[in-house]
Design a protein around this ligand. Structure first.
Ligand code: AR6
Length: 178
């Protein structure tokens, strides 16, 4: 599924984010930025050991913030590492922190002159954020950003499994209808 926000595109795809050729891919990392399981593990495996070396120089990352590295062996030239909220730990703050992940990642992309970016579904795996709640927050935050920043030409959500893809599709249809 694809929609236009002025001249920018917002796409939903089912697949593996490590295979994307966007200027940057976003990693759903943890505060150490030193690797983990899920999409984080897949990105580090695909990028190679130099990614971890660069991550060691960054001094970690706060929940809701984002930091950029090179992409090494990935097709994407950059990785933007963001740290999503642990759903059950953050309570009422979770939604704001999740939105901040998407906003800060887009800000970092723009500051670095990047025009295309691929996101995974941040926090909806190990961090336990229900995807039906996370999808509308993710999509609305990106749509609001694209309305104000046409220099980002493409945002692609790369959803790993059918269930996650369908939750995003459902949420995007609902947003588009309003
Ligand atoms: N491409 C796209 N999406 C993927 C891929 C992939 N290759 N692999 C998994 N996903 P998670 P979180 C999906 O757990 O919830 C790590 O250990 C997955 O199916 O990767 O933010 C970090 O180091 C799910 O839909 O991230 C942290 O400790 C989504 O990515 C912690 O997990 C997010 O699941 C972060 O947890």
């Amino acid at each position: 599924m694809q929609i236009k926000i002025n001249k920018s595109s917002l796409e939903l795809a089912q697949g593996d984010i490590t295979q994307q050729d966007t200027d940057a891919i976003v990693n759903a990392a943890n505060p150490t930025l030193l690797g983990g399981g899920g999409v984080d593990g897949a990105i580090h495996r695909a990028a190679g050991p130099q990614l971890l070396e660069e991550c060691r120089t960054l001094g970690g990352c706060n929940t809701g913030d984002a930091k950029i590295t090179r992409g090494y062996r990935l097709k994407a030239k950059h990785v933007i590492h963001t740290v999503g909220p642990v759903y059950h730990r953050e309570g009422a703050r979770a939604a704001g922190l999740l939105a901040s992940c998407y906003r800060r990642s887009l800000e970092v992309a723009r500051e670095n002159g990047l025009k295309s970016i691929a996101f995974p579904s941040i926090s909806t795996g190990a961090y336990g954020y229900p995807v039906q709640e996370a999808a509308p927050i993710a999509l609305q935050t990106v749509i609001d950003y694209l309305k104000d920043h046409p220099e980002i030409e493409l945002v692609r959500f790369v959803l790993f499994d059918r269930h996650t893809y369908e939750a995003y599709e459902e949420a995007l249809k609902r947003i588009s209808a309003t």
